[in-house]
Design a binder for this molecule. Structure first.
Ligand SMILES: Cc1cc2nc3c(=O)[nH]c(=O)nc-3n(C[C@H](O)[C@H](O)[C@H](O)COP(=O)(O)OP(=O)(O)OC[C@H]3O[C@@H](n4cnc5c(N)ncnc54)[C@H](O)[C@@H]3O)c2cc1C
Length: 438
């Protein structure tokens, strides 16, 4: 058959599709009849549900990523970004990290490039906003929160202190609520090492344009989460929009204005821009127009799943599958099997999964869950959140490392130092060069 399967994106969908293909097409890969390539700027898959725990310092950042080359020895991994897909010519343009762009040809393409933050043209947002989708962002935020506690402790200027200790999160879905809850918990815990900062000195503001938080766990548990956050002293502003944040001066649609050094933007996602730079079919929301079999509508040899694709939900006619890991992992399985059926000229099957609800961590020993109609809160939900995600994180190697991190955290206090210096490793050397010049 001699087929080259190209997977654009090595996240949830990309990794799990390749894993299954690697296992099921074992002999074809060995004989050279089939080749599989993944293109991704990173050489690892990020287990995003663990980003809040990494930001809180409960997990080492290296333990929530799965190394693609080690897990997929039969798959070629190319690092770079796909900037264009010419499906008519069966080629993509790959922009490697260094050097000139090059064309990569394929026979079958899997679009698994996920999503990016969906932003709005709000004055100041590009200058001070930060997202919460990557390991880099989660660790930068952790360093930032801890650094700003250092700043507040060391200044005599009340304005600088107030601004440093004000943190704003926009968007109260999964990512926003979990990130805020974990960071708040970590900051509160850290104040015990600062003489002049009490937990109540730190201001956390959650801004949400609709009238609810955490819709993923349903209205009842969302309401409970809202009460919990408010009990913890977090200001949750519902039906409120961010209007401006020029130079950190935050203006909200409810009329309030204040200064903040940190603004985290988690108000939704949109498909990776590469989907628009392709000749593949898109739906009205700019997502790849998938059919129920995960093949792209009206095309041959093209498949898509995950956050980048609009996949009709056969369990809920007229609706689409939500962009979450629950669907991404399951879609990857059907996608891999359908590619094999496609190569063998067999009939493709539909993707069918009824959303079962969700679990969310809200800080150490705190959580909320609504899974298969079973509603849990507090410690049991937190325990469920941890055990569920432990069972889901790829590879035994990562599972063991995660358990070791959690076990160490049981016996030793969590780390509360900022390693923000790592983001500017050449500063010290540059200063030394300057001194020599002078
Ligand atoms: C903080 C956070 C917490 C979450 N918690 C949960 C949870 O508890 N439960 C749940 O179900 N879901 C959760 N999600 C959502 C879930 O992680 C996503 O729905 C899932 O990752 C989507 O999988 P994907 O494969 O489509 O995209 P991703 O896993 O994001 O993978 C996309 C990959 O494509 C690569 N890529 C992008 N553009 C290009 C390009 N041009 N060329 C090549 N490669 C490219 C990216 O580098 C990335 O590796 C969470 C998300 C976040 C951010």
């Amino acid at each position: 058959m001699n087929q080259h399967i190209l997977i654009v994106g090595g996240g949830y969908v990309g990794l799990y599709t390749a894993l299954r293909l690697q296992r099921k097409l074992h002999s074809e890969l060995r004989s050279g009849q089939v080749r599989i390539t993944i293109i991704d700027p990173q050489s690892y898959m990020t287990y995003q549900p663990f980003l809040p725990e990494a930001a809180a310092g409960n997990l080492s950042p290296r333990h929530l990523v799965a190394p693609l080359r080690r897990i997929l020895p039969k798959v070629q991994i190319l690092n770079g970004r796909v900037t264009k897909v010419n499906h008519a010519g069966r080629t993509v343009t790959l922009q490697p990290a260094e050097g000139a762009p090059r064309e990569v040809s394929y026979d079958v393409i899997v679009m698994a490039a996920g999503s990016i933050s969906r932003t709005l043209p709000i004055p100041g947002l590009t200058d001070i906003g930060i997202g919460f989708k990557t390991v880099g962002e989660a660790i930068a935020l952790r360093n930032r929160v801890l650094h700003l506690l250092d700043v507040a402790e060391s200044t005599e200027d009340p304005e600088v202190r107030r601004r440093a200790l004000t943190f704003v999160v926009v968007g109260a879905g999964f990512a926003g609520v979990e990130a805020l809850a974990e960071l708040e918990d970590m900051a509160k815990h850290s104040t015990r090492y600062y003489r002049n900062i009490k937990p109540s000195d730190i201001r956390w503001v959650l801004v949400e344009a609709t009238n609810r938080v955490l819709p993923e766990v349903g209205p009842e548990m969302g309401k409970w989460t809202l009460e919990q956050l408010r009990e913890r002293g977090i200001e949750v502003k519902l039906d409120t929009r961010l209007e401006s944040c020029v130079d950190g001066h935050v203006v909200l649609s409810d009329g309030s204005e204040f200064d903040a050094e940190t603004l985290v933007w988690t108000a939704g996602v949109k498909p990776s821009p590469v989907v628009a730079d392709s000749d593949l079919p898109l739906d009205e929301r700019g997502r790849l127009k998938a059919t129920t079999t995960l093949a792209l509508a009206g095309t041959r040899d093209a498949f898509a799943a995950g956050d980048a694709a609009g996949v009709p939900d056969v369990t809920n006619p007229g609706q689409y599958c939500a962009p979450n890991a629950q669907h991404a992992v399951r879609q990857a399985k059907v996608l891999a099997d359908n590619i094999i059926r496609h190569l063998r000229g067999q009939q493709l099957v539909d993707y069918r999964h009824k959303y079962v609800g969700s679990v969310a961590g809200l800080g150490l020993h705190q959580g909320v869950a609504n899974v298969y109609g079973v509603k849990l809160r507090g410690f049991p939900a937190w325990f469920m959140h941890r055990t569920y995600h432990l069972s889901r994180v790829p590879t035994l190697n990562r599972k063991v490392r995660v358990v070791v991190d959690w076990t160490l955290a049981l016996f030793f206090k969590r780390e509360t130092i900022s390693l923000g210096e790592m983001e500017h490793p050449r500063d010290g050397f540059r200063a030394a060069v300057e001194t020599t010049r002078r």
